[in-house]
Design a protein around this ligand. Structure first.
Ligand code: 6LW
Length: 505
């Protein structure tokens, strides 16, 4: 059964759909800012602004210059940029984040305007592991807390640490992967919020409190304060949370969750998304509300939602911040400067199977959607792809005389369909729809990815309809989600426009 229509104007979860995991939020006056992980994509760390905690507009990416972030071609999928913490202190925004991989480590960048520019990074070699958090005491002492969970004093301006990291509190005995710590001063206590249980179906949020930022920490008797493990809730894997106060002083949690579809075990295809849920306090402990697809009525006015145009005509020199490329974006390989009004992608030898493929795309943010591009392949070969990683992707690829649908699932690659086409620009399409009700059952896939081509006269030809489970995290593994984008496998391919249409209703 399709879900009942949502009441008009009712805020909905996820508040930031698509592959936007590990949210970290901070409030400055009436404004909220939120940052997410970005892994092997460049630019790194998408940054969003909101006034109501519900509608978020991407205002930039924190690591958007090669001097700030170099992801070598050897960076595996789901390595790269992990789990930022975003905080405001002493008139500056601070973001601390882990670069997992060659030349990486923990780094801190700062800005007075979160839309940028952000500073060059300061390295913090004394901070071990992943998921760093920053918090300041009133006297300016700064603590960095990391997955494990351990803590070290740090100078956030220089990255210098003082002493060895000290174990703080590792969550419930026996729970795996204590991570994603955030430390806050709230009222008379310091609260240490962590994720545990791993980022899959066992994911959970637990909390402990202390009178000092360094402990000892007393665990909440109700831990985990949030988990959906073992439930049939439509939102699963709930965890990796951060706390913030609403405009009226009420408390809220942002967290990651997934929306599995299909039969068993359930496949989630959009990656880990950012959800919002209310928090109340009982006996100085947080009580986390239901992570419902429909949020409660909010007591403050909602701003209009993001207004990103459906179609990008590539008329601007700078690409919109929602466009992400694989590992880097040198102008020689991705530019709107070569052919005005077109995005030119110039291959450097790699197909979608190779880590150096020239690919620029946007996150799939809706369970049902359609993407169309007008591509001119007269100087090369390339097209439109739905990508999870190098080993899991579907594509419709055009050369001068033919279009082909290509599928790669793990070690298996195949040409699914071919069709001759006249020379010249043509429209390539991908339509993604949840599996129909009559295809449900224990083995049903989550959705169907259909690929097709429109000839210059506008006539549409469907070439393939592929089971979407093979482009899911449950099949491919890792931490990312689907990205739909343009690529060049050979020569130069020019794209006049890219159109992304939600079909969720
Ligand atoms: C992140 C960890 C996690 O560092 O997944 O869900 C890792 N939580 O905290 C990658 O996003």
């Amino acid at each position: 059964m399709p879900p009942p229509p949502r009441p008009a104007g009712r805020p909905a979860n996820p508040v930031i759909p698509g592959f936007h995991p590990d949210p970290s939020v901070c409030r400055v006056g009436d404004d909220y800012y939120l940052a997410c992980s970005s892994f092997e994509y460049f630019p790194g760390v998408p940054l969003f602004h909101s006034r109501d905690l519900v509608h978020w507009t991407q205002i930039g990416n924190v690591l958007d210059r090669p001097e700030q972030l170099r992801l070598p071609a050897a960076t595996p999928s789901s390595a790269g940029i992990y789990a930022p913490t975003l905080r405001h202190h002493d008139g500056r925004f601070h973001l601390i984040v882990t670069h997992c991989g060659e030349g990486g480590g923990n780094l801190i960048v700062t800005a007075t305007d979160p839309a940028g520019p952000w500073s060059d990074p300061v390295r913090a070699p004394g901070v071990p592991g992943i998921d760093p958090d920053l918090v300041w005491e009133e006297d300016g002492t700064c603590w960095c807390t990391v997955a494990g969970v351990a803590q070290v004093r740090i100078d956030a301006g220089t990255g210098q640490t003082y002493g060895a990291p000290r174990p703080l509190w590792s969550g419930r005995p026996g729970a795996k992967a204590p991570e994603a710590p955030h430390l806050y001063r709230i009222g008379a206590y310091w609260y240490l919020l962590i994720a545990e249980g791993g980022t899959e179906r066992g994911h959970a949020v637990s909390i402990a409190r202390s009178r000092t930022p360094t402990g000892p920490f007393e665990p909440c008797p109700a831990n985990p304060v949030l988990t959906h493990r073992g439930t049939d809730h439509p939102v699963q894997n709930t965890g990796h949370a951060d706390l913030v106060q609403g405009p009226d002083g009420s408390w809220w949690m942002v967290l990651l969750g997934v929306r599995p579809g299909g039969g068993t075990p359930g496949w989630h295809v959009l990656g880990r998304e950012t959800f919002l849920t209310p928090v109340t306090w009982v006996d100085d402990w947080p009580v986390v509300g239901d992570v419902s697809p429909d949020l409660p009525e909010l007591p403050w006015p909602l701003s209009p939602g993001p207004v990103e145009a459906r179609r990008d005509d590539f008329e601007c020199a700078e690409l919109r911040p929602s466009w992400i490329s694989l590992r880097d974006r040198p102008a020689a390989h991705c530019t709107t400067g070569e052919r005005p009004g077109w995005l030119t992608l110039r291959a450097r030898g790699g197909s979608l199977d190779a880590p150096d493929v020239v690919f620029t795309g946007r996150r799939q943010q809706h369970l049902a959607c359609r993407a169309r591009v007008l591509a001119d392949p007269s100087q090369g070969r390339g097209g439109l792809a739905v990508r999870l990683d190098e080993r899991h992707h579907y594509a419709i690829e055009a050369s001068g005389t033919e279009v082909r649908v290509l599928a790669r699932v793990g070690p298996l690659s195949t040409v699914v369909a071919t069709r001759p086409v006249p020379a010249g620009p043509l429209v390539l399409t991908v339509t993604i729809t949840p599996a129909p009700p009559d295809a449900q059952g224990p083995c049903a896939g989550p959705d169907v990815v259909s690929l097709g081509v429109e000839d210059p006269g506008g006539a549409f030809t469907a070439l393939a309809a592929l089971d979407g489970r093979y482009l899911s995290t449950e099949v491919a593994g890792g931490f990312t989600g689907r990205v739909i984008g343009m690529y060049a496998a050979h020569g130069a391919v020019h794209f006049d426009w890219f159109d992304y249409e939600p079909l969720d209703g």
